[in-house]
Design a protein around this ligand. Structure first.
Ligand code: SAH
Length: 372
């Protein structure tokens, strides 16, 4: 790296505690953290010069050692149903996807926590691209920051991000170092101020992560179950060989006990002839009978190369009927954004083609030239 181009701290990824440490290191008062949070996350300002309640000297100091850098939007697709999917570039010539799903009473943003995924679930298209790397906290919260700004541009105050789900690419519980500060920013009143029930972290069943997250910032836990018996679940979610269903359910119970009054949502992708039969529903009922929980059935979304098909409406209805009859709250997720490949399990973040990569590098060089 040429002299004078030292790595600057990306303030976007620092939560309140992180910013306080950052300012302490600069010999500044901790309340600067509060000012920065509001400038960056509430007002969307990235230019220190515009932060007018900071002294000129501090602004210049920040300019020298820090930056506010969000992933760049490389592509935007709008579905007929209003769903928006963004392809956002992150350093290293890669890209991640984030999806905004507007509904009458809420707007849900689905974000990615890793580039690719290492868990190899057999029915998920993200698995087909392999694992590239963890996203940094700034790259995770940066998806929210970008989406909020873009939605404001498109819809003014009519549409807002009211819910955030870690259900894009990657396994959030394998990237807790970055997911934790991102969660803290989502919850912080000076940043995004979302209630705990409006931030969902979804895991394929990484037990140490579930245990780790049983204290600290509150959030809603979702577990991708897809099968109640070990043999089938190990085929769909290979991680099950490491953390079998019964130990996973125990971890969920510990989580619920640590978080009084909360329940766990179990996601269950409905795959024709694989996990959607009445006996599977009954096995699920037996497995979940002693845990406060909800079941969310997700119609399987096909992607190129998959041998799986989505269950029929009748099979889904029958499955739901059995679990409901046993007293389990069971909903069926409405598939959204399918026409733009934005539905569950369809996010692949498309590793870039050589020409896209060249274009990206050029864009980055150009913006560096402007910045320096
Ligand atoms: N790794 C985390 C976060 C990804 S979440 C987890 O597994 O929970 C994405 C959700 O979509 C998970 O519940 C996942 O199992 C589900 N999913 C993956 N591929 C799918 C597909 N093709 N159709 C429907 N749902 C899918």
């Amino acid at each position: 790296m040429p002299a004078g181009l030292q790595e600057k701290t990306n303030l976007l990824g620092l939560d309140r505690a992180g910013l306080e440490r950052f300012f302490a290191d600069l010999g500044e008062k901790p309340f600067r953290a509060r000012q920065l949070l509001q400038w960056i996350h509430q007002r969307g300002v990235t230019d220190f010069d515009a932060m007018t309640d900071l002294s000129l000297a501090l602004r210049q100091r920040l300019e020298a050692v820090a930056q506010v850098e969000a992933p760049r939007v490389m592509g935007e697709q709008l579905s007929d149903d209003g769903t928006i999917k963004w392809l956002m570039s992150v350093p290293g010539g890669n890209a991640v996807e984030a999806v905004f799903i507007p509904e009458a009473s809420r707007g849900t943003l689905c974000i990615s926590s890793q580039i690719g995924c290492m868990l190899n679930c057999t029915f998920c298209s993200t698995a087909t691209q392999g694992f590239n790397r963890n996203l940094a906290a700034g790259e995770i919260i940066g998806q929210v920051w970008r989406a909020v700004a873009r939605i404001r541009e498109l819809h003014g105050e009519n549409r807002r991000v009211t819910n955030v789900v870690f259900m894009g690419m990657g396994e959030p519980m394998l990237n807790l170092g970055a997911v934790r500060p991102a969660l803290s920013l989502l919850r912080d009143d000076l940043a995004y101020g979302l209630a705990a029930r409006r931030v969902t972290i979804s895991t394929a069943g990484v037990i140490p992560g579930i245990d780790d997250m049983a204290d600290g910032e509150e959030f809603a836990l979702a577990v991708s179950l897809h099968a109640a018996e070990n043999e089938l679940r190990s085929r769909l979610v290979p991680l099950n060989r490491k953390y079998p269903v019964e130990t996973l359910i125990e971890a969920c119970k510990r989580f619920v006990r640590a978080r009084s009054r909360r329940s766990v949502t179990f996601e269950y992708t409905m795959i024709a002839g694989v996990n959607d039969q009445p006996e599977h529903a009954r096995a699920l009922v037996r497995r979940l009978s002693c845990l406060p929980c909800k079941i969310n059935l997700i119609p399987f979304n096909a992607f190129p190369g998959t041998p799986f098909r989505c269950s029929s409406d009748e099979a889904i209805y029958e499955f739901q009927k059995i679990t409901r009859a046993a007293g389990l709250i069971t909903t069926v997720r409405k598939t959204r954004g399918e026409d733009i490949d934005a539905a569950c399990g369809q996010l692949v973040g498309k590793l870039l083609t050589p020409s896209q990569r060249r274009q990206l590098v050029q864009q980055q060089l150009a913006s560096q030239a402007i910045a320096s």
